[in-house]
Design a protein around this ligand. Structure first.
Ligand code: KIV
Length: 272
């Protein structure tokens, strides 16, 4: 098995800030279940995000909106059981933190108590400031998420690149500074111009992790099903595929079916 582990210690929020300070890039991937989390943690990934993209890739929904707190907790628990080294972040699902700081606090407490994850991630800036502050008051580390925030897809109307216009870019920069000031330990920037993301990363001391935000940030995140080629229907420009698992799985299953139908499987050694 090939791995990339230079330091076996558990990754913490503090270690991520140190990694940024010494210019060491941070590698983050999503996972939603025990088996995949075991593999990617064993390979040496720094952060595992139990993303609400589970709504799309695990549950087959068109958006991230339908996934529930109970479902996110189920995925979070499964991942945490597998992980020895990576920092585990659980996404707070749509409708559990936006309107009411107290509800945000109770949702985050449930995630932490029931999954044993290390921290939570929320989408948005100034408009959810009070919710983030309330969660931080409980000692729960928060990762921010700006740019293309998929929980707001019905407001945006499209998954196109965000913050290309000056006004939206200005608000994003202000929100990024606000999130750092109130105490977020890291920030995800999704699908924004590379020059804007690089500027934000250079102005903040907390790590900035990009997805479709260019190489000038402190780390990268991809959805595991996309980068492993399980989810072939999704191919945005920012995605690099590191494997073609859909072809491998299709070949293996076709081969298995042929062997069963032709009575080649099981053979004498494969029975009792
Ligand atoms: O839910 C998710 O997978 C995410 C990433 C795209 C950053 O939020």
């Amino acid at each position: 098995m090939s791995t990339y582990i230079e330091d076996n210690r558990k990754v913490t929020t503090h270690r991520l800030v140190e990694m940024k300070a010494r210019n060491e890039k941070i590698a983050m991937l999503t996972a939603y279940d025990y088996s995949m989390a075991t593999l990617i943690d064993g390979a040496g990934i720094d952060i595992i995000l139990v993303g609400d993209s589970a709504s799309n890739v695990m549950a087959g929904n068109i958006t991230t909106l339908p996934i529930t707190l109970d479902q996110m907790i189920y995925h979070g628990k499964s991942v945490v059981k597998a992980v020895k080294r990576a920092l585990v972040v659980v996404d707070m699902p749509f409708g559990t933190y936006q309107g009411d700081p107290l509800e945000a606090y109770h949702s985050a407490i449930r995630i932490m108590k029931e999954t044993h994850a290390d921290c939570v991630k929320l989408e948005g800036g100034a408009e959810i400031r009070e919710s983030i502050e309330k969660i931080l008051c409980a000692g729960i580390p928060v990762m921010g998420h700006l740019g293309l925030t998929p929980q707001s897809i019905n407001k945006f109307g499209t998954y196109a690149v965000r913050a290309k216009e000056e006004a939206e870019a200005k608000k994003l920069i202000e929100d990024a500074h606000l999130l750092e000031e109130i105490g977020c330990f890291a920030l995800v920037l999704e699908k924004i111009p590379a020059s804007l993301a690089a500027r934000v990363a250079s102005e903040l001391t907390i790590p900035v992790i990009g997805i479709g935000a260019g190489g000038g940030v402190d780390g990268q995140v991809l959805v595991m099903h996309d980068m492993l080629g399980i989810n072939k229907g999704f191919s945005p420009r920012f995605l690099r595929r590191y494997a073609d698992l859909s072809t491998i799985i299709d070949d293996a299953v076709t081969h298995y079916i042929q062997d069963v139908k032709s009575c080649d499987f099981p053979n004498e050694k494969e029975q009792y």
